[in-house]
Design a protein around this ligand. Structure first.
Ligand code: FAD
Length: 293
C-alpha cells in the first residue's frame, strides 16, 4: 500500500472522481492529488517514478470516462492557480495547462487577437485540448500552438518547439508526463468581429450538441476526414437507443448522455452495441475518442 503522508495536505485517499467529470460517472481514485505549486507536482511525479506508482493527469474532465470500480492510481488534478496563468505579449498568448478553453478564448479576444474562436463551446483545459488536439473538422488547436512546456519522463521540465510537435486527428505526440503550458501565435483582429464569429459558432453548436446533459463529447473518432462517426451511428438507426441509464443522444448520435441512475458499465455496454452495429452494417471499426480510465 502506497503512502503519501508527507503530501497529506494535497493528497486524499479513495476520493470520488465523478464530481470532476462531465459524465459525472464512475468510481473513486485510489489517490487524488491537487498540487498547488510546480514543486509539489514535481515531488509527486518523482515519488510515482521512484516507487513505480501509476498515475494519471486530470484536466477539465470533459474527455474522460472512469470505470465503476474506480482508478487504481494517483490522479493528479491540475486546477490550481499555479497552472492557470495567462500572459499576452506581442500577438502571442501563453497559457498554463489548467486554463479553461473559455478563459483562453475570452482573454485573447479582449486583447484583440483572433484564431482560437473555433474552440468556442469545447469544454476542458489547455492541457487536455493539446493532448487530444481538440477542434472541429476544419481547425484544431495543434495548428496554432508554437511551443509547449512539459515535464518529461525523467521528471525534467522541457520545452517542445513547433518542429518537435505532431498533431493528427484528435491526437498528438505529447505523450509526456504532464503538459505544463503552451504558447500560441495569433493574428490581430477587431474584438467585435471575433465575438460575432464566436456567437455564430456557439449558436450552431448549441443547436447540434446536447449541452446541459452529462456526456463527454464525441465518443468516437470520425473514420475518415469526410465520413462522420455520428452520421454512421444515425444511419444505423441508433439515435435514442438506451442501455440502462445511458442513451445515444437524439441531438448528436456521436454523443452518449447519462440519464439519472446511469453507470459507467451502461455507457460501455452502449459503446459496444454501437461498434458492433456500425461494423455489421457499414464495415467501419469505430475508434474511441474519449479516454476510458
Ligand atoms: C459537451 C462537450 C462538447 C465537446 N465538444 C468537443 C469538440 O467540439 N471538439 C473536441 O475536440 N472535443 C470536444 N469535447 C471533448 C473535450 O472537451 C476535449 O477533448 C477537451 O479538450 C478535453 O480537455 P480536458 O481538460 O477536459 O481533458 P480531460 O478530460 O481532463 O483529459 C483528457 C485527456 O487529456 C489528458 N490531460 C489533461 N490535462 C493534461 C495535462 N496537463 N498534461 C497531460 N495530459 C493531460 C488526460 O490525462 C486525459 O488523457 C467535448 C466535450 C463535451 C463534454
Amino acid at each position: 500500500m502506497h503512502s503519501f503522508d508527507d503530501f497529506r495536505d494535497i493528497v486524499k485517499a479513495d476520493e470520488p472522481l465523478a464530481p470532476h467529470l462531465w459524465f459525472r460517472l464512475g468510481g473513486p481514485a485510489a489517490f487524488l492529488a491537487r498540487p498547488r505549486t510546480l514543486d509539489e507536482l514535481v515531488g509527486l511525479l518523482r515519488r510515482c517514478r521512484d516507487e513505480s506508482i501509476p498515475f494519471k493527469v486530470l484536466g477539465g474532465g470533459s474527455n474522460v470516462l472512469v470505470r465503476d470500480e474506480g482508478v487504481k492510481a494517483l490522479v493528479l488534478h491540475l486546477e490550481s492557480p499555479a497552472f492557470s496563468d495567462v500572459t499576452i505579449r506581442d500577438g502571442r498568448i501563453e497559457a498554463g495547462a489548467a486554463v479553461p478553453l473559455t478563459a483562453l478564448i475570452s482573454q485573447s479576444t479582449r486583447a484583440g487577437l483572433a484564431g482560437l474562436e473555433f474552440l468556442t463551446g469545447i469544454p476542458g483545459t489547455v492541457g487536455g485540448a493539446l493532448l487530444g488536439n481538440a477542434g472541429d473538422r476544419q481547425v484544431s488547436i495543434g495548428q496554432l500552438v508554437d511551443r509547449v512546456t512539459v515535464i518529461d519522463a525523467a521528471v525534467e521540465i522541457k520545452v517542445r518547439d513547433r518542429d518537435d510537435l505532431r498533431f493528427a486527428d484528435r491526437e498528438s505526440n505529447l505523450d509526456e508526463l504532464v503538459i505544463l503550458s503552451a504558447e500560441f501565435a495569433l493574428e490581430r483582429a477587431n474584438p467585435e468581429v471575433v465575438v460575432r464569429r464566436m456567437r455564430r459558432i456557439w449558436i450552431v453548436k448549441k443547436e447540434n450538441q446536447p449541452y446541459g446533459h452529462q456526456s463527454s463529447g464525441c465518443i468516437f473518432k470520425n473514420p475518415t476526414t469526410d465520413l462522420s462517426a455520428g452520421m454512421l451511428i444515425e444511419q444505423a438507426g441508433l439515435k435514442g437507443t438506451r442501455f440502462g441509464g445511458a442513451e445515444v443522444s437524439d441531438r448528436h448520435a456521436n454523443f452518449i448522455v447519462a440519464q439519472p441512475g446511469a453507470s459507467t458499465s451502461d455507457v460501455l455496454h452502449l459503446i459496444d452495441q454501437i461498434r458492433q452495429r456500425v461494423w455489421q452494417q457499414f464495415g467501419y471499426e469505430l475508434e474511441l475518442q474519449i479516454q476510458i480510465w
